[in-house]
Design a binder for this molecule. Sequence first.
Ligand code: AP5
Ligand code: MG
Length: 217
Amino acid sequence: MVNIILIGPPGAGKGTNAKQISNFYSIPHISTGDMFREAIKNQTPLGNLAKTYIDKGLYVPDEVTINLVKERLSCDDCKNGYLLDGFPRTLAQAEALSIIGKELNRPITHVLDIIVSEDVLINRITGRLVCKKCGAPYHIDNHKPKVEGICDLCGGELVKRVDDNADTLIERLKQYHMQTEPLINYYKNLNLVYSIDGNQELSAVFNQIKSILGEIK
Ligand code: AP5
Ligand code: MG
């Protein structure tokens, strides 16, 4: 069984690889970013609150995010493994996750740290399009859909994310370095970290991930 965390800066390829890992290992893909965007689309109280932070590139408060993930990890479909994309992002979230994992007997087994250089990140974010319906990410040059403007997976319309602009990206990168990067050492101390070279082309990145998780299937 694999209970995975994907860590990496904005544009590292968390969502892209999460879709592939989730399909290959038949485990749910839990993206806090996607959950917040869905709530924003539906104009729920959670969505209205999250929007005030996401639009500025800031993190949504820990308490809100932790409760959301706790509820999701308690679902039955997580009992044979799960994949967290974009959670935890702060030390408080990592500590809460450790308690949740113990309570549910679903502790983290792998932390995949996707490493990508900053100039590559900027190109990936500025060229990204995402599916309005399922959130799947594409890229105008390196990951084109089969039919322009349409998601390969669900047929949804491809759009630009509201937070994919230069100003917000600078803030998102700053928050990542300040609040999330320290988690890599936190998990290194628990011997859970596997470094992934995210600068490689799409299939090479996924092959490296499979070579780490491979024997589990
Ligand atoms: P979130 O949606 O998680 O955004 P993020 O962390 O900024 O990461 P991205 O989704 O931008 O990048 P990614 O790593 O998924 O890259 P992708 O695969 O799309 O969070 C958004 C916001 O929600 C946060 O800013 C925060 O406000 C809030 N939030 C979420 N979680 C939170 C939490 N836990 N606590 C508090 N707040 C939270 O790839 C990018 C592009 O590159 C795509 O176009 C893709 O096609 C392309 N690409 C990917 N890999 C490759 C490759 N190997 N080669 C070439 N192109 C590639
Ligand atoms: Mg993503």
